[in-house]
Each structure stands twice: as C-alpha cells, then as structure tokens.
Design a binder for this molecule. Structure first.
Ligand code: BTN
Length: 269
C-alpha cells in the first residue's frame, strides 16, 4: 500500500486492543497520523471494507466537523474514530447520527453520567462540547454506505482560542482518575454497538426514550438556523423529538410547531 507522507501505520498497544463487541471494530486499523479518519474509512469502504470496520488515529492533520468546520485533532491525547456501516437496503438512516450520539453518551456516562446530547449529535458536559459526530453517506446501488466519525476529547487539558470556552475533555471534567483513550474506546464501542443494533432493528423510535431525557435542548429556548448559515436565526422553544429524529420546536412568534430536520440549533443566550 502506498502511504501519503504523513500517513503512518503503527503497531502499538492501541492497535492491539480488543473490544467486547460482536461486529463493531472488526476489522480495525490504527494510524499514528492521518488527514482524517473519515477520509481513510471512506477509501477503505470503497475498497470493500465490511460493516463494522473501524479506523482509529492518534492524530489528524485535517480533522473535519459538521457544516464544513474543522475538528482540532493534533493533540495525540484524544480519540479520533470512524466506523464503516452498511445498513440494510430500505432502512431509513436519516437519524443514524442520533443513534451514534445515544451510544456515545451512554458509553461516556460511566465517567460523566450528566453528559447530555445537543441535537443533532454533540455530546456536552455542562454546556461544553466533549464529543462530536460526523456522518457521511453515499449510495451503492440501493445500499447505503455510511462512514460515521466521532471525536472525543479525552486527555487534552488546554484548548486554543474560542474552544477554551466552548470545549471540554474528560481530563477537564474529572480531576482525578482520568481514563486512558484505550479505556474510553473499550467502553464506548460496545455501547455504540448496542445503540446501533436497536436503531437498525426499530429505527429512531426504538431509542427515542434513550435520547430525549438527555437532550440539552428539550424544554429550553433555542435559536434555530435552518438555512445552513444563509438566513436569520429563529427564536423558538424545543419541544422534543419526533419518531424520525426531527427536532420539534414551537416558534417564539406563536406559529404552529415546526420540524427541524437539518441545520444547527443553539441554546438561546
Ligand atoms: C462535529 O462536531 O462537527 C463533528 C466532529 C467530528 C470529528 C470526528 S474526529 C474523527 C472523524 N474524522 C474526522 O475528520 N471527523 C470525525
């Protein structure tokens, strides 16, 4: 295999970890440094990698977030993970990222039981972002091929610039007994597999009760951007989630409840 200059495969304790999963993380490849684990997983998927295949990296040089944002990935102390998922043809997968959020939050709850989900799929602690999820899908005939990437801030103590106010890590939240990246991954993957099994069997409706009680937005005043940054933010109150994962909001101007299916939502200041 020809590797890009900075893309270095390693064999170390992280690569040799095993997980209490049935299918998630089998097979897995670990890299010292990649551009983006999502890009590597996409290339691997196109080369035929199976459902459950997983890419991890110590660091990324071009980590990506939702809506074209960057994901700071240089520390070598955090988790950068991408899974290849091949849902059965005909399954609704629009809420797959919400299911990943459910699994991630449930895995991280071992250390941070108060962790919350900010729709669609950020994991927050006391309003600061601990983990983020990026889902990218394409169709191969009638079959979806999905790469689900997530980053978890584990060992990082300091964040640059505006992230100093908006981001957090397990290290920042837990003064002692901070778990290693290996322990976090070993806890998160089985939880993620359970959430995905439930989602693939019953859709988002099957796990809505595992999302909504932990949603940081429900019952709160929010600002909604349904225009991907091109229009004004609308004031509303978040009411809950629909069975297909849409966020239901009551507009502040009194109109009928509306469904938010994409875009971004913030807690109103
Ligand atoms: C977000 O909150 O906007 C999503 C962040 C997703 C970051 C992860 S890190 C592993 C994977 N590789 C990437 O380039 N992005 C995702």
């Amino acid at each position: 295999m020809v590797l890009a200059r900075r893309e270095v495969r390693v064999s170390d304790s992280f690569e040799n970890l095993t997980f209490a999963t049935r299918w998630l993380g089998r097979p897995r490849e670990h890299w010292a440094e990649l551009g983006s684990t999502n890009d590597r997983a996409t290339a691997w998927a196109r080369a035929g990698a199976p459902h459950g295949a997983l890419v991890t990296a110590d660091a990324q040089t071009a980590g990506r977030g939702r809506l074209g944002r960057a994901w700071a990935s240089e520390s070598g102390e955090d988790l950068y993970v991408s899974a290849i998922l091949r849902p059965a043809p005909g399954k609704a997968i629009g809420a797959l990222g919400l299911a990943v959020g459910v699994g991630l939050r449930e895995g991280l709850a071992r250390w941070l039981p108060a962790a919350q989900l900010k729709w669609p799929n950020d994991v927050l602690v006391a309003g600061r972002k601990l983990a983020g999820i990026l889902c990218e899908a394409r169709w191969v005939g009638t079959s979806p091929e999905v790469v689900v990437g997530f980053g978890v801030n584990v060992g990082r103590a300091l964040f640059p610039g505006p992230l100093a106010q908006s981001a957090t890590s397990l290290r920042r939240e837990l003064e002692a007994a901070v778990p290693s990246r290996e322990e976090v991954l070993a806890q998160v993957l089985p939880a993620l597999e359970r959430a995905l099994d439930a989602f693939f069997a019953g859709g988002f409706a099957a796990i809505r009760g595992r999302y909504e009680p932990h949603c940081a937005l429900v019952g709160r005043a929010v600002l909604v951007d349904m225009s991907n940054g091109t229009g004004p933010k609308e004031q509303a109150t978040a009411l809950g989630l629909a069975d297909d994962g849409a966020l239901l909001v009551a507009p502040a101007d009194g109109g009928p409840p509306r469904r938010v299916e994409s875009g971004d939502v913030w807690l109103a200041p």
